[in-house]
Unconditional design. Structure first.
Length: 341
């Protein structure tokens, strides 16, 4: 491979990572009860979300639009944790899939609610569930270049509109088994928010060094998972098979360029399901005990899943431990970034 499939950062540190848990818990049994007639008609058992996906619950916001406020809350907490003031921030990137309008960017609202000044460039990066990892790479590159000192990356998701539309569609008379399974993944989605602050490592020896990583795309698969305001339609097997092929290819590409990730202390992955986690662990021969899981109680929170997991796991990490962030986004794209804690 040539070009930018692998990359390295010279002077970037992760200064903080925070998450905001959406307040309302929705257990998977709720969907079994709501869709009981459909399941009976299709002769499908209850408990599929728990047994197949491993998702027992997810969280919801109290009202529409709260996701952006959740981003701002996570961002303010990340600044406080890092000890960085709002007027020091030169860049704020929102990586959310969720949005209420096509324009303006979600970043403008989060920028305003965080109280950032006019000096802070702000924009959205959307790349399905990979957005947060991509945004960290863009911010880190800009810090390395000397264009800015501090950057905030945020992401928050609101799955409620998709949940409601999916349930209404699956509850209608005459729905087929294929249609049900094609939208099954929509019922695993959850809400939440996360934020990170990045800055120059030479000024922050207490920070966690962002070393670099690899990116790789297989965009021939762009029709395998297509989502909108009204639902998400997924070729589950095709997405898993091609996603695994992509992740494996990226892993070997990184190895050929000198990255050795076989024995990391933690693997922080995008949170999807039991099947996906087990598949990655088996393919890469990873210790499952080193792969923290948040999807059983939080579901798939899109691009916020990975940073939420890292934020929750950060209290257990010790100085010097190696962390690999593994992101995958429908389309398909993947990125892996190493951080030394």
């Amino acid at each position: 491979m040539n070009g930018n499939s692998t990359f390295r950062h010279d002077n970037v540190a992760l200064l903080s990572i925070t998450e905001v848990t959406a307040p309302i818990e929705v257990k998977s049994e709720v969907f079994d009860e709501t869709l009981a007639d459909t399941l009976a008609e299709l002769r499908l058992p209850k408990g599929l979300l728990q047994r197949v996906a491993g998702v027992h619950a997810r969280r919801n916001w109290e009202k529409p639009g709260d996701f952006a406020t959740g981003s701002a809350e996570a961002g303010r907490a990340a600044l406080a944790q890092a000890g960085i003031s709002a007027d020091q921030v030169g860049l704020m990137i929102n990586a959310s899939v969720s949005r209420e309008n096509l324009e303006p960017s979600v970043a403008t609202r989060v920028h305003h609610e965080m109280g950032l000044g006019p000096q802070a460039m702000n924009f959205d990066i959307t790349n399905a569930c990979l957005g947060f990892v991509n945004a960290m790479t863009v911010a880190s590159t800009m810090i390395d270049s000397g264009q800015l000192d501090y950057a905030v990356v945020v992401a928050a998701e609101d799955a409620q509109r998709v949940q409601r539309a999916t349930v209404e569609r699956l509850a209608r008379p005459g729905v087929t088994r294929h249609e049900y399974l094609n939208e099954f993944a929509s019922l695993t989605l959850g809400c939440g928010a996360a934020a990170a602050v990045l800055g120059p490592a030479d000024r922050h020896p207490e920070g966690h060094r962002v070393l670099g990583g690899v990116t790789r795309g297989a965009t021939r698969n762009h029709e395998l998972c297509v989502g909108g305001f009204d639902g998400m339609f997924t070729d589950t097997k095709g997405l898993l098979d091609n996603g695994m092929e992509l992740v494996t290819s990226a892993w070997h590409e990184a190895l050929a360029d000198g990255w050795d990730w076989q024995h990391m202390d933690r693997y922080i992955m995008h949170q999807i399901s039991d099947v996906h986690m087990k598949s990655v662990a088996t393919a890469a021969e990873l210790d499952p005990q080193r792969i923290p899981k948040t999807y059983p109680q939080l579901g798939n929170v899109g691009p916020a899943s990975l940073p939420i997991t890292l934020a929750l796991e950060s209290e257990k990490l010790e100085r010097g431990e190696r962390v690999l962030c593994v992101g995958v986004g429908s389309g398909l794209n993947t990125a892996m970034t190493e951080i030394v804690w």
